[in-house]
Design a protein around this ligand. Structure first.
Ligand code: PMT
Length: 405
């Protein structure tokens, strides 16, 4: 059977980590599927895997240095970058990811990355603490914002014998992600010509100049959906509560707001020419009736009664003016999940509602993963396992795009 990888030019970047042994198998799978592969390896990568193995399997000399020492032959990273239909870096160590995020071009792999004209995918591999470190997470967010696809590492036993997240994804799964990328490139973009508006993140409702009522939403789910909608060809705008600036994917417009009322006003301003609305924000349902002008001093106040007033329901307000638009909501429930989600679906005039699993570790708020069930207005439902929010976004959009056809 012919593979969509047949004849594709792929640069396989290998950096210096134990998982480099898996790259040999990845290379073999890519070549078997008919791809032409050029390996670019970092000097440290060669400590883990020999260039002879890699050149034998790829049928091409392995590139590591800027020039060949004995002949002085120059290796042009620009030419390799232009030759490639795709660059995949697997494994990508914390150091390589940091260099990519900051443009530190001190080896052939990074200069090739900076010259790459086509898409880039990265399969990180490192110890769990290195993966979880804010510096690595900042760099990953920067790469995502630069349009790089991150193939999330898996959890399990690591080279350090510790257990946790950081294992490079298995070669078969990386090949699946590559095939999916090429297939989506060849297919017509299903959301081309459509405008999608997404709400994301929390809202903050001020008590005084320094305090607020808020929640744990990070905006990650909303921005993952935005990245996917953009990839599917939509003109995408995110109305975002106070969340990290670096979440914004390339090609996505962002409108920043703080309160629920500001979020409603921003959504209303975008609504007219919107075809699809996705409400992934965790909007504060109540706001303090008054915001104190000055910081409330604890010395003066033994007990405090905070009077709250109900905020507008953004989804329900816009649901009343839905017209031909498609609307998707989220539901966050501590009990009777399905029942409450389906009630909200009807009350807010949604076509679909996505129920988060609040009880599963790693799902919902402020994590990189989520576990959801999508309920349709036609009583259909589909459940997905715990996956990266990027993958959850793809699954949700697959359901929605299929429903639009
Ligand atoms: O941001 P992350 O850390 O990635 O976490 C993602 C998430 C858990 C916040 C997200 O997946 C999610 O579930 N968002 C909606 C949470 C929520 O507020 O659910 P709800 O059941 O209270 O609201 C139902 C729907 O009405 C939601 O689509 C909500 O956006 C919308 N709503 C609610 C209240 C309100 N005043 N206005 C609204 O538009």
């Amino acid at each position: 059977m012919s593979s969509c990888l047949s004849g594709k030019h792929i640069v396989l970047g290998i950096s210096g980590g134990i998982a480099a042994y898996k790259s040999v198998y990845l290379l073999r799978l890519l070549v078997k599927a008919g791809a032409e592969v050029q390996v670019v390896i970092t000097p440290n990568g060669k400590e883990f895997i020999t260039p002879v193995t890699l050149s034998s399997l790829s049928g091409n000399p392995v590139i590591s240095e800027f020039f060949t020492a004995n002949t002085g032959e120059w290796h042009s990273h620009v030419d390799i970058g232009q030759w490639a239909d795709l660059m995949v870096i697997a494994p990508a160590t914390a150091s390589t990811i940091a260099k990519m995020a900051n443009g530190v071009a001190d080896n052939m792999l990074i200069t090739t990355y900076l010259s790459a004209k086509e898409h880039v995918m990265v399969a990180p591999a490192m110890d769990l603490d290195m993966w979880a470190h804010p510096a690595t997470q900042r760099n990953i967010a920067t790469l995502r914002a630069d349009g790089v696809d991150i193939i999330e590492p898996g959890s399990g036993e690591l080279a350090s014998h510790l257990c946790g997240k950081g294992r490079m994804e298995e070669p078969e799964k990386i090949v699946e992600a590559i095939e999916e990328y090429f297939r989506s490139e060849e297919a017509p973009l299903p959301l081309a010509g459509k405008k999608v508006m997404i709400t994301a993140g929390p809202t903050y409702e001020a008590i005084d100049p320094v305090r607020f009522i808020g929640n744990h939403s990070s905006g990650k789910m909303g921005f993952a959906l935005a990245r996917e909608c953009r990839r599917l060809g939509a003109d995408t705008v995110v109305v975002a509560g106070p969340v990290n600036k670096s979440l914004t994917p390339e090609g996505v417009r962002r409108v920043d707001v703080v309160t629920a009322r500001e979020m409603l006003a921003a959504c209303e301003a975008e609504f007219e020419d919107t075809d699809i609305c996705i409400f992934a924000a965790a909007v504060a349902d109540y706001a303090p009736a008054e915001c104190a002008e000055r910081k409330i001093k604890r010395e003066n106040v033994e007990e405090m009664d905070l009077r709250l007033v109900r905020n507008p329901d953004i989804a329900a307000t816009l649901g009343k003016r839905k017209g031909e638009r498609t609307m998707i909501g989220f539901a966050l429930e501590s009990d009777h999940g399905q029942e409450n989600a389906c009630r909200k679906l009807k009350a807010k005039n949604f076509d679909w509602i996505v129920l988060n699993s609040l009880s599963d570790e790693g799902a919902c708020f402020n994590t990189d993963t989520n576990k959801v069930t999508v309920f349709g207005a036609d009583s259909s439902s589909v459940s997905f396992p715990l996956e990266s929010k990027d993958k959850v976004a793809k699954d949700i959009m697959n359901v929605i795009v299929a429903g639009l056809l």
